[in-house]
Design a protein around this ligand. Structure first.
Ligand code: CA
Length: 539
């Protein structure tokens, strides 16, 4: 007893607590690895969930468990301040900060189902802003169906979704996404009975519920309906040229092309002329396989110029993860599923690589001294982020760190588990090579204090430590924040710590009561700018 108290007293004095124990006087909680971390508040947790989601679960929790935990977290926030939850959902979703919109739709469905009257109203009003495509609407319907009945408020909100969308846009949405998740436009129209605000709307509703009344050879009189006419017409087209004509004249998207024409380079070349950026990125392998994209083709020039167009990337809200996923798959020359192979075009690979950085927006160098430390421990090898094959948190951290590495001059990259090693990753190295290199580093136990201990030992000058981690630290003899405070004292530098959360759990190694520490979320497109502002004290 006395012995224990003596040990405790000595720890209080020197600020050295093994990670298997909480730092005395703090609210640290036991993490899933049996060590102690700080709990993040429900709002930080909400941000992590909205951006990282719970797909695939985590190293420690099944998808079901992680989803349930996050749902409870969202419910706490709703009880606390429902309108704020709606605002946060809209902000993340509209700016395209998350790799997937599903967590936002899920949280919005919870607000619309379980919030107070005001929250429910705000959530339903925000529906068109968060559910921007037919697929989004189907997902929202599926989430609501689980969480509440189809009351009048919900029916009205879904009805308004149809009423307020312009006829041309609605036609395009209906053509691209006819049904998902067991929901179709027919189901939703029958539940919500929207009013046809125009003749075109009326015909569209009829088409979605009962089909097209006979397809003539002449395009429809109403311009907004010509794409639907072309879609129905394409079903009985006999030649490539007919299809190409329909694509060129009526901007028919890929979803409207009968399968037997989807191996034709001519058809794809026509599709490429008006193809949205995200669809282009998804179809690079297909377009290469059919030899539309070759080392010298015009189509390749078009693709490369689309990927180099930073305005277009931002307008399309194309998420960096979509580009990273395309880059790793495309450059491998082999599909994730099945046995499809292709010969990747080097110019396209390079353009994807640079588009990844563009998608985070323009960053200015801060001229601070950065140490970017990747947690490469076992738990970081857990389920991939946003369901992207191979994109484990540890590999994803490397890509995230490269964003800061690309703009800052003074950067030391580190990788640690129970040991630490310095990494030399050049901004000129391609991301898929960086990911492969990091993937090869052996995994081990977790000690998140190592980056700060390394800086103390080597007398490195560091203004900002960035640790990319799940904060499941347990192995070390000193807590990360204690190691940081010790480094501050020894070096005389008021060093900061940014924790980039790579998993939607509730832990952080950052002390919420220390203004020099910040939690951000990995793969939030806003994170690099937040990090740079924080390092400059602009927040
Ligand atoms: Ca770990």
């Amino acid at each position: 007893m006395t012995n224990t108290l003596t040990q405790l007293a000595s720890r209080l004095k020197v600020g050295v607590t093994p990670q298997a124990l909480p730092i005395p006087g703090t609210n640290q909680v036991e993490n899933s690895a049996g060590g102690y971390s700080f709990p993040v508040n429900d709002w930080t947790r909400l941000q992590r969930f909205l951006i990282l989601g719970s797909e695939g679960g985590s190293y420690y929790a099944s998808e079901q468990k992680l989803s349930a935990d996050n749902a409870n977290g969202v419910l706490n926030c709703i009880q606390n301040d429902g309108p704020r939850v709606v605002r946060e959902i809209v902000a993340v979703s509209k700016a395209g900060r998350a790799p997937k919109n599903d967590p936002a739709l899920f949280a919005l469905a919870l607000c619309a189902s379980l919030g107070d009257i005001e929250t429910r109203r705000l959530a339903l009003d925000a529906l068109p802003e968060v559910a921007r495509t037919g697929t989004h609407l189907f997902h929202f319907a599926a989430f609501c169906d689980g969480a509440r009945g189809w009351g009048r408020g919900l029916r009205r909100a879904v009805g308004r979704w149809y009423e307020t969308m312009g006829a041309e846009k609605l036609a395009y949405q209906a053509l691209k996404y006819q049904s998902r998740d067991g929901w179709s436009h027919r189901d939703l129209l029958r539940l919500s009975h929207p009013k046809p605000g125009s003749q075109a709307h009326g015909i569209l509703y009829h088409w979605m519920t009962q089909g097209w009344p006979g397809v003539g050879d002449e395009p429809h009189d109403v311009e907004a309906l010509r794409q639907i006419w072309a879609f129905e017409r394409a079903k009985r087209a006999g030649t490539e040229d007919e299809i190409v004509g329909l694509i060129r004249d009526y901007k028919l998207p890929r979803e409207g092309i009968p399968t037997q024409f989807l191996t034709s380079p001519k058809v794809w070349e026509a599709l490429l002329e008006d193809m949205p950026l995200a669809a282009m990125v998804r179809n690079l392998a297909t377009m290469t396989k059919i030899e539309l994209l070759t080392r010298t083709s015009d189509a390749t020039k078009r693709v490369v110029s689309m990927l180099n167009d930073s305005d277009r990337i931002r307008r399309a809200r194309l998420h960096p993860i979509a580009l990273l996923s395309a880059l790793t798959t495309y450059s491998s020359g082999r599909g994730v599923k099945g046995n499809a192979t292709w010969t990747a075009v080097p110019k396209v690979i390079d353009a994807l690589d640079s588009a990844f950085y563009t998608a985070f927006g323009a960053l200015e160098p801060t001229n601070k001294r950065w140490a970017l430390a990747l947690d490469v421990s076992g738990s970081m090898g857990g389920p991939p982020i946003a369901g992207v094959a191979g994109l484990t948190p540890r590999v994803a951290s490397a890509a995230m760190a490269m964003v800061t590495n690309a703009v800052e001059d003074d950067v030391q990259m580190l990788a640690f588990s129970h040991e630490l090693r310095t990494l030399s990753l050049s901004r000129k190295q391609r991301l898929d090579d960086v990911l492969k290199a990091v993937d090869k580093i052996p995994m081990g136990a977790t000690d998140c204090a190592l980056p700060m201990l390394w800086a103390s030992k080597t007398k490195a000058k560091v203004d900002v430590f960035v640790v990319y981690t799940d904060s499941e630290t347990w192995f070390g003899n000193i807590h990360p924040v204690e190691a940081l405070r010790r480094y501050r004292e020894e070096s005389g530098i008021a060093a900061k710590l940014i924790v980039v959360g790579m998993v939607a759990n509730k832990f952080s190694i950052a002390d919420p009561n220390d203004a020099g520490m910040l939690d951000v979320v990995g793969f939030d497109t806003a994170a690099p700018q937040l990090m740079s502002d924080f390092s400059l004290n602009n927040m």
